[in-house]
Design a protein. Structure first.
Length: 164
């Protein structure tokens, strides 16, 4: 059975596609790509149908990540087919938990940086780089990469638990 993860930010053109690309790479490197699927979405539909922000694509490519992406809006009906919904900041977390049809679905929603063991629990947001310069996208990637290692470990534990 496939373990499904969806990364969610505001418009699905910067942070969440970046997290999706990094996590895809981590999953492939771990040899879990047959067991784990990841995608991304936005809390809103402002950019639906658009490609990822060119700055996101450039930063990912510069660091060896690939991304084929079209923005979309997260739908409440997706909760039933997802195992984990990863919010990129506290605002997304609140929106997604309110959107969740059940308490069990709300419990699937977690903050990405909660998987980074060196982050202070009071500062778990990945700041939105959209209105800033290239350095914001670089910093976003650093945060995503740091948290993705812990996220992969947690997902691996769940996937291996399913196989047992």
């Amino acid at each position: 059975m496939t373990y499904r993860v969806c990364f969610v930010c505001t418009g699905n053109i910067c942070r969440s596609p970046m997290a999706e690309a990094v996590f895809h790479a981590r999953v492939a490197d771990a040899g879990l790509d047959d067991l784990v699927e990841a995608d991304s979405a936005g809390t809103g539909g402002w950019h639906e149908g658009e490609d990822a922000d060119p700055r996101t694509v450039a930063v990912l490519a510069e660091h060896g990540y690939r991304l084929g992406h079209t923005a979309r809006q997260f739908q409440q009906s997706w909760f039933s087919s997802l195992d984990l919904v990863i919010a990129l900041d506290a605002g997304h977390l609140r929106v997604l938990r309110r959107l969740a049809p059940t308490q069990r679905d709300a419990a699937k929603v977690r903050l990405l940086r909660s998987y980074d063991p060196v982050v202070d629990s009071g500062d778990l947001d990945v700041p939105d780089p959209y209105y800033g310069g290239q350095d914001g996208f670089e910093r976003c990637l650093e945060m995503v990469e740091a948290a993705s290692t812990g996220l992969l470990a947690a997902v691996r534990e769940r996937v291996e638990g399913r196989a047992a």
